[in-house]
Design a binder for this molecule. Structure first.
Ligand SMILES: [Zn+2]
Length: 80
């Protein structure tokens, strides 16, 4: 299992996500983002808007994902 925080994934808080694959982490982050969006959390809405502005093209989106995937792969694997 590896750990990444909301902030590491471009979010706005230090909530930790745990998964053994990047897809797992990304899914948890997405779910959390949706919850924060529904709550109308100001900090998360701001970071989401910034991310949306950065990800204007499919190329930018995949570049962002690849960057985060590399970060994830470089993390130490905690044996739980
Ligand atoms: Zn968050």
């Amino acid at each position: 299992m590896k750990t990444m925080t909301c902030r590491q994934l471009g979010g706005a808080c230090d909530l930790e996500f745990h998964a053994s694959t990047f897809e797992g982490i990304a899914a948890q982050s997405k779910q959390h983002g949706r919850e924060m969006f529904e709550k109308g959390d100001e900090a998360h809405l701001t970071t989401m808007n910034n991310m949306k502005a950065q990800m204007a093209t499919p190329e930018a989106i995949s570049a962002w994902f690849e960057g985060k995937r590399n970060e994830f792969e470089a993390l130490p694997n905690n044996i739980i």
